[in-house]
Write a protein that binds this ligand. Structure first.
Ligand SMILES: [Fe+2]
Length: 371
């Protein structure tokens, strides 16, 4: 049916505890599109959707905001319209308010392969508070219907768990000779600040996402510095976690360390004692020992003192393809593997932050702790 709602995806609203946005697409426009939601399968509340569009759209994109939600509450919902039909019913949970332990998941370089789909299933099964994709989402590369395939495949995860993203090089699209930039990703994902740079806070953790394609943007850099500084001045923030597509350090056949990224961001991450930085771009799993001044502060073990150094993790094995590793790792590489992967991160109120890296077949790659 041309009015069937597809590609359902949740994202945090501006208030992560009480708002959730839902975006979907139909082939043909419908009258009065809505999200119906409530604390029981009987639903009971509704919010009108607005149409969002961009010049190269492949259908009709609708977005609605569910607000005045209770923190830590399970909600049921469906989207659609009386005339055009409704989606199946899904459920999600809003984050708890105040201090609490929680889990999030992440990967990057996702794509539309069977590994991409399996990886979405893997993280959905963990029921994280949110999932983060650190850039290179659909690999549409200008072919807009690929976005539809990608977002239909993502529904298994994104209709149940809010998915937050940062942009990679593949979000900066061109159609033929024409550069269309980030407009597809920006329209299709309901991110704060159109997905360029933003932060949000859960419990005692501040999450900071930025667009590493725009490495030289002064506005972004100044925002990033201010945001990291504010986080470290905030006594309620214990964990400072950054997402950006391009890694600083790495050892694949096609790329080594990224000197431009290092020059620009290493001083900031050191100065504000970022705990964990999550990247993609290199389609492998590669993790550094805690780093300070471009060198590892320790080169053994898997339990590190918080504040001793910044731990960089690249999980670019989201599903699209894999790169060969260079013969030699970097001098600071703690673990690397040419494998499809995902991260499960446990963020505690007390005790250590725990990062577990898994292969797409759910076998463990490694685990480490900071705290
Ligand atoms: Fe990339």
């Amino acid at each position: 049916m041309a009015t069937e709602p597809k590609q359902l995806r949740l994202a945090f609203g501006a208030d992560v505890h009480t708002q959730m946005s839902i975006t979907w697409q139909t082939q043909q426009p419908v009258d009065s599109p809505v999200v119906e939601f409530g604390e029981t399968p009987a639903l009971g509340r509704r919010a009108a959707a607005e149409r969002v569009s961009y010049p190269y759209e492949t259908g009709v994109v609708y977005r609605a905001l569910m607000s005045d939600l209770k923190p830590g509450q399970r909600y049921y919902y469906r989207v659609g319209s009386a005339q055009g039909g409704y989606s199946r019913a899904y459920a999600f949970r809003t984050p708890q308010q105040g201090l609490h332990d929680f889990t999030f998941t992440a990967f990057a370089d996702h794509g539309t392969t069977r590994f991409s789909i399996q990886n979405s299933r893997n993280v959905a099964a963990l029921n994280p508070t949110f999932h983060f994709i650190a850039g290179d989402l659909s690999y549409a590369n200008g072919r807009q219907p690929i976005w539809d395939t990608y977002l239909e495949q993502l529904e298994v995860l994104a209709a149940r768990v809010p998915v937050m993203v940062s942009f990679g090089n593949h979000e900066n699209e061109r159609i033929g000779e024409q550069r269309i930039g980030y407009i597809a990703a920006e329209t299709r994902f309901a991110m704060p600040n159109k997905g360029q740079y933003y932060d949000f806070t859960l419990s005692n953790a501040r999450f900071v996402a930025f667009n590493s394609n725009e490495r030289d943007s002064e506005a972004q850099y100044q925002w990033l510095e201010r945001t990291l500084q504010n986080a470290r001045r905030d006594r309620d923030v214990r964990w400072l976690i950054v997402f950006a597509h391009h890694p600083l350090y790495g050892s694949t056949q096609r790329r080594g360390n990224n000197e431009g990224m290092i020059r620009r961001f290493q001083p900031l991450f050191d100065r504000y004692r970022v705990d964990l930085v999550i990247h993609g771009h290199d389609h492998v799993y590669e993790r550094m020992y805690p780093m300070r001044n471009n060198t590892a502060v320790v080169k053994q073990g898997n339990r590190y003192k918080q504040g001793a150094g910044v731990v960089y993790v690249t999980c670019g094995g989201g599903g699209v393809s894999l790169y060969d590793l260079a013969p030699e790792p970097t001098p600071w590489t703690a673990k690397r593997e040419r494998i499809y992967c995902y991260l499960k991160v446990r963020v505690p109120v007390r005790g250590a932050l725990r990062v577990e890296a898994y292969r797409v077949d759910n076998t463990p790659i490694e685990a480490f702790e900071i705290g």
